[in-house]
Design a protein around this ligand. Structure first.
Ligand code: ADP
Ligand code: ASP
Ligand code: MG
Length: 457
């Protein structure tokens, strides 16, 4: 068995879904289980209309909903067989009817809770998974739909729910694996799940990758394939560095680090279930299925290039904390990190001297409270619009001279923080957001002028 996950662009249109059908058909012998994202930008659109509705712009939200309905009908119609038209009409009627009611309800309530965000955003995958199932059947594949909300059990942290692994694995093993073994193509929506009491949850933006990994681990798949719109994991985001090269192979730990530090091609939690069960993850291009993609496996292949890829994460805030009272006093760092911990705010990059600490955070949701507490024992100043740029590779820590090369390559860029990451795979710098593109390009030019053919294409 294999898991094949198709992202938003891979199912954005009738033509894209036809490509997906052909890709799955060509691998039918491997007993695929298919996980799909919402079609195109549907999740963004659903969230945008929810936001309009709570602002009282009910008509405008409903107008957007009508456009979304037309888009789904227009793309799906040409894929279906005549005898499926009634089933499809009911599907559209029911799902968009419910969405209309939700939008109207939000307009009256004027409040958007995390729970209702999850409810609304779940419709993208609920629709796409049903449409892809119909399209597969129309094309002669023996496809069945499985509702992820019955299979992926999560906690109740709406919009960022964490899977409850043992129970989810048990359900997948009992319900999905037997169907796949019997030759059925099971199609599931990514991103969505439900809490124990049956309330719909989501795994966070980009979470369909994680669904694929959970399904793969749950059914004991031999491979997890992430089909997307690029040729694989590249030496930098090809959108900012068009000359980026494909990595043929990369380790789980390197891929996890890259994903965490902004390589959107993979949701950061994806690697964990795969790593635990030692299932290789492949990143492949649904527009160019003949390209071999990137294989993510347990051990890094030895490479003459210590740096494998460069990632960056924007919209970062730096919290600078300074206290001369703390000179020679112990417990300064503990006190600081306790504050971040209490307000459930993750810190990524840290640099310290004896009397000052700089820490980067992603989420500023609780910044005011954090700042107020820190100010009880230190001076605090905050810098917004920063970015983390990091070079990642298994051997960075053990290769002399990487730091010097990073610093000299970044000569023209003002560096705000430097950190040899907490892990051995990463060296990070913090720069102003306006400098991030230049920084990534300079580093790319420094580290990928020569490529080891064992690892890079
Ligand atoms: P999907 O909808 O298939 O899940 P995403 O948009 O989530 O696709 O992820 C694919 C995108 O990730 C690519 O279009 C690319 O711009 C971006 N990306 C960022 N960093 C990298 C990288 N190192 N390698 C490949 N793609 C990357
Ligand atoms: N549709 C969801 C999102 O846009 C999940 C995903 O695509 O992975 O975030
Ligand atoms: Mg994605």
């Amino acid at each position: 068995m294999i898991v094949m996950k198709f992202g938003g662009t891979s199912v954005e249109s009738a033509a894209a879904i036809k490509r997906v059908t052909a890709i799955v058909r060509a691998r039918i012998e491997r007993q695929p289980v298919v996980v799909v994202s919402a079609m195109g930008k549907t999740t963004n659109k659903l969230l945008a209309m929810a936001a309009e509705a709570v602002e009282g712009k009910r008509e405008s939200a409903l107008e957007q909903l009508r456009a979304l309905r037309e888009y789904h009908i227009a793309e799906a119609e040409s894929l279906l067989a005549p005898e499926q038209s009634q089933e499809f009409a009911t599907l559209i009627h029911d799902h968009f009817g419910e969405l209309g009611q939700l939008i109207s309800g939000l307009a009256i309530m004027g409040e958007l809770t995390p729970r209702s965000i999850d409810n609304i955003s779940s419709y993208g995958e609920r629709l796409s998974s049903r449409i892809v199932t119909l399209a597969f059947r129309a094309a002669g594949l023996d496809a069945v739909h499985a509702d992820s909300r019955r299979l992926i059990l999560t906690d109740r942290r709406h919009t960022q729910a964490a899977p409850m692994y043992p129970e989810t694995y048990a359900r997948l093993d009992a319900e999905v694996a037997p169907l796949a073994r019997a030759g059925k193509v099971v199609v599931m929506g990514g991103f969505i799940g439900a809490s124990e009491d049956g309330v719909t949850t989501t795994l966070g933006r980009g979470g369909s990758d994680l669904t694929a990994a959970i399904v793969g681990a749950g059914i004991g798949a031999e491979e997890i394939q992430i089909w997307t719109d690029v040729d694989g994991m590249m030496t930098a985001d090809p959108n900012s560095v068009p000359e980026a090269h494909r990595l043929k192979v990369i380790s789980f730990s390197e891929a996890a680090e890259l994903a965490y530090f902004g390589a959107k091609v993979l949701h950061p939690a994806t690697v964990l279930p795969a790593m635990e069960k030692n299932i290789p993850v492949l990143i492949l291009n649904s527009r160019r299925p003949e390209v071999p993609g990137t294989r993510i496996i347990r051990e890094a292949v030895p490479s003459a290039n210590p740096v494998k890829s460069i990632a960056c994460k924007k919209h970062i805030t730096v919290v600078n904390i300074h206290s001369t009272r703390m000179l020679m006093a112990h417990g300064f760092l503990r006190r600081i990190f306790e504050v971040f911990d209490r307000y459930e705010t993750a810190v990524d990059v840290v640099s310290t001297s004896e009397v000052s600490v700089s820490a980067t955070i992603d989420s500023t949701r609780r910044l005011d409270e954090i700042r107020a507490e820190l100010e009880q024992f230190a001076q605090v100043w905050v810098e917004h619009n920063r970015a983390i740029v990091c070079v990642v590779g298994d051997n960075i820590r053990y290769t002399p001279g990487i730091g010097a090369r990073v610093l000299s390559a970044l000569g023209p860029v003002n560096l705000l923080m430097i950190s040899q990451g907490g892990s051995q795979w990463n060296l990070s710098v913090v720069v102003a957001e306006v400098d991030v593109l230049q920084a990534v390009r300079l580093l790319h030019n420094e580290f990928f002028r020569e490529l080891d053919p064992a690892v890079f294409e």
